[in-house]
Design a protein around this ligand. Structure first.
Ligand code: IPE
Ligand code: IPE
Ligand code: MG
Length: 228
């Protein structure tokens, strides 16, 4: 029998929060609030599975283009989430990490990110990664600059070592909710051989059950990595 695909690294583009709210005649930010609950559900599901890394796209380098009120709300939501979730991470042995250019965040938010990262550093279960002010192009440029500064040979291996995701293997499976068929500058290098899944389900409506069905399909797909 063919060996089933191993799913070590799952990446998700959590899209559709604004539309979820608008469909209900609510303000877009209500969708972000509901989306935070989905993060909780999906993280718990992954922490009970064999998945080692769950990387969630929470805020892109392009999302600063949004109205200031929405950006400010997202920053507050993130701050509340980091504080509230700390206990859940520790209780469930979940390690927290952030990727992206964090330098643009307030010092208070940076402190909160750092605190949770350190508190959960020795957790050995799932690693949950939040992509914050993350853009793949920005990450590759920052990694290239570091590689040049370190004076090492320009190679695929060295570039991978200088990416924000150096601690994780390449992405095996990438899910985008919200009905669009694009990567929006997310993990372009790391997803070069990822299996892609697109669902019309808006992120606040996404469930562990739907993810479980996608994972079943992932296991049935034949990954060839350029071979035959
Ligand atoms: C994704 O939902 C969350 C973030 C980008 C922060 P959106 O806010 O993009 O929701 P839609 O795509 O407008 O519905
Ligand atoms: C991608 O969603 C970014 C996040 C989910 C954080 P967007 O809503 O920003 O993507 P586009 O603009 O539709 O490509
Ligand atoms: Mg969107």
């Amino acid at each position: 029998m063919r060996e089933l695909n191993e799913l070590k690294h799952l990446a998700i583009i959590m899209d559709g929060n604004g539309r979820w709210a608008q469909e209900r005649g609510k303000q877009r930010v209500r969708g972000h609030e509901k989306g935070a609950e989905t993060i909780r559900e999906i993280t718990m599901f992954c922490s009970k599975s064999d998945i080692s890394f769950l990387t969630l796209y929470a805020f892109s380098t392009e999302n600063w283009k949004r109205p200031k009120t929405e950006v400010d709300f997202l920053m507050r939501l993130l701050s509340d989430y980091l504080k509230k979730e700390a206990e859940v991470y520790l209780k469930n042995n979940i390690r927290f990490k952030a990727i992206g250019d964090l330098s643009r965040f307030s010092s208070r938010l940076l402190d909160e990110i750092e605190t949770l990262t350190q508190k959960s550093a020795s957790c050995s279960g799932l690693t949950q990664v939040l992509a914050l002010n993350y853009g793949s192009k920005d990450e590759i440029i920052r990694a290239t600059q570091k590689m040049i500064k370190a004076g090492v040979e320009v190679s695929e291996e060295n570039l991978s070592r200088f990416l924000d995701t150096a601690f994780a293997p390449d992405v095996d499976m990438l899910v985008r909710t919200g009905g669009d068929y694009r990567l929006s500058n997310y993990l372009l290098w790391q997803s070069s051989y990822a299996e892609l899944f697109f669902t019309p389900t808006l992120w606040p409506d996404f469930t562990a059950e739907e993810l479980a069905i996608q994972i079943e399909e992932f296991k049935r797909r034949k990954r060839r990595f350029g071979g035959i």
